[in-house]
Ligand binder design. Structure first.
Ligand code: 5GP
Ligand code: MG
Length: 182
């Protein structure tokens, strides 16, 4: 079976409506306090762009590339967090924005590295959380949607570099979910 996006899980309108709510939650939580938003590339790209344009509060953007999955969607552990790319987070209030909370390895690594770098606070935000047992449990302070444990693409999420540009989130069809042997 050919690997391609199948069933639409979240359409453009649903995503936009939820982002309004999520932005409101974040705005209320920080109450105008200046924050540093750390976006986790590449998956956060579209979510981050849509989210930050809903804020008027003072913020700075920093981006990190944390690769956890190789092209065949196989986990590569542990995730490497290039803290050098982040600049100063010491004493700052940091909001990490990622595409998806899956195993939890990425968000757990980011939280511990940014905390160790002396951030004033570290909160986690993900567009999606998979309903599964996470290998590393983290507390998601802000979550867009909880979805079934399926592989999804679109709205920034890729498979082998493709389908990030889809305006919706779709289930990847024809994808063998057998976990890779590591
Ligand atoms: P973690 O397993 O560390 O929680 O997630 C690591 C990364 O794996 C995510 O940021 C995301 O880039 C990728 N990932 C996890 N689940 C999916 C999925 O269903 N689809 C896609 N495209 N990427 C995923
Ligand atoms: Mg990612």
């Amino acid at each position: 079976m050919e690997v391609r996006p199948g069933k639409v899980l979240l359409d453009e309108k649903e995503i936009a409506a939820r982002l309004d709510g999520l932005a409101e939650e974040i705005r209320e939580f920080y109450g105008g306090m200046p924050i540093v938003i750390v976006g986790v590339l590449d998956g956060c790209l579209i979510f981050l762009a849509d989210l930050v344009r809903r804020f008027e509060m003072p913020l700075e953007l920093a981006l990190v590339k944390v690769r956890t999955y190789i092209d065949e969607a196989a986990p590569q552990k542990p995730p490497d967090v290039p803290m050098g790319e982040l600049g100063g987070v010491a004493g700052r209030h940091v909001l990490v924005v990622d595409d998806i909370y899956d195993t939890g390895a990425t968000l757990a690594a980011l939280k511990s590295e940014i905390t160790a770098a002396g951030a004033g606070s570290v909160r986690l935000c993900a567009l999606l959380e998979k309903k599964r047992e996470h290998e590393q449990e983290v507390h998601l302070d802000f979550c867009g949607f909880r979805i079934p444990d399926v592989f999804v693409v679109g709205y920034g999420l890729d498979y082998a570099g493709r389908w990030r540009n889809l305006p919706h989130v779709a289930v990847l069809e024809g994808y063998d979910e057998t976990p890779p042997v590591v």
